[in-house]
Design a protein around this ligand. Structure first.
Ligand SMILES: C[S@@+](CC[C@H](N)C(=O)[O-])C[C@H]1O[C@@H](n2cnc3c(N)ncnc32)[C@H](O)[C@@H]1O
Length: 244
């Protein structure tokens, strides 16, 4: 693990209490304005019986799905956040790092899932192996639903170019103790990363601010590319962004 990745991972344990409070008190405006609804609706559109929430944090998405009768398992690398999720209930939660997933680590009671959610959860510079590993946890026809910061609005005053950035959480006051390195990606890089991992993007959405119309996030829905000769044709894509 690189120094930056290790700092990224450790920041979530250090900030677990502050993050839990920010999420549960509705402090993150973009979530209230539309991103929570966007990921929940996109996951529910897959008519899932079972969902795996990867990088589940304090567990809000699993709780929302469980409340709607969907079986939900959340995994996260932060033991502190998983503790918070377990305390709140409404899902089954396990500590698991993405690297363990990529190395074939089992998810207790795992099984196959109709949807895998990644909500603002991919923050490192190379998730190709992690995404590829998720194929083994998807049921036939299952989809990955990823939501991330919108690359255009999240670039702020910096160039539109992939690279490491630092999140200080200054907007949340002094409760966050540790800054978090994270890797900024362009839209093109997100699409390439899914393709490199063996997925095609079947839908791309930009949830908008209800008044200003600025994008609040980027939402990508992906399904594994068919293996010629092995799989039947996949469900036809909603938007054709295949073969990039
Ligand atoms: C911005 S939070 C999002 C949490 C949750 N998905 C939500 O919507 O509130 C990012 C989460 O990704 C997790 N995470 C980041 N890198 C990880 C890794 N390498 N392995 C496991 N979890 C990781 C963090 O622990 C944190 O809970």
């Amino acid at each position: 693990m690189t120094r930056r990745e290790s700092a990224l991972r450790q920041s979530w344990d250090a900030n677990a209490a502050a993050w839990t409070s920010a999420v549960r008190s509705g402090q993150i405006e973009s979530r209230a304005l539309g991103t929570d609804r966007a990921i929940l609706e996109a996951v529910l559109e897959t008519n899932p019986r079972s969902v795996l929430d990867v990088g589940c944090g304090e567990g809000w998405l699993c709780r929302s799905l469980t409340a709607r009768g969907v079986s939900a398992i959340g995994v996260d690398g932060s033991a502190e956040l998983v503790e918070e999720a377990k305390r709140a209930g409404g899902g089954v939660f396990h500590v698991l790092d993405y690297a363990d997933l990529a190395e074939g680590g089992e998810i207790p009671g795992g099984g196959l899932h109709d949807a895998i959610a990644l909500n603002f959860a991919l923050l490192g510079d190379d998730h190709t192996a992690h995404l590829r590993a998720l194929t083994g946890h998807l049921s036939p026809g299952g989809r990955i639903v990823l939501q991330t910061v919108h690359p255009w609005t999240a670039r702020h005053d910096q160039p539109y170019r992939c690279g490491w950035r630092m999140e200080t959480f200054a907007a949340f006051g002094s409760a966050f103790r540790t800054a978090m390195p994270w890797y900024y990606r362009t839209v093109e890089r997100w699409v390439e990363e899914f393709h490199d991992a063996g997925f095609c993007i079947v839908a791309l959405r930009e949830p908008r601010h209800p008044e200003t119309s600025e994008p609040l996030s980027l939402l990508l829905i992906a399904q594994p590319l068919p293996h010629p000769g092995r799989d039947a044709d996949p469900t036809p894509p909603d938007h054709r962004i295949r073969g990039v």
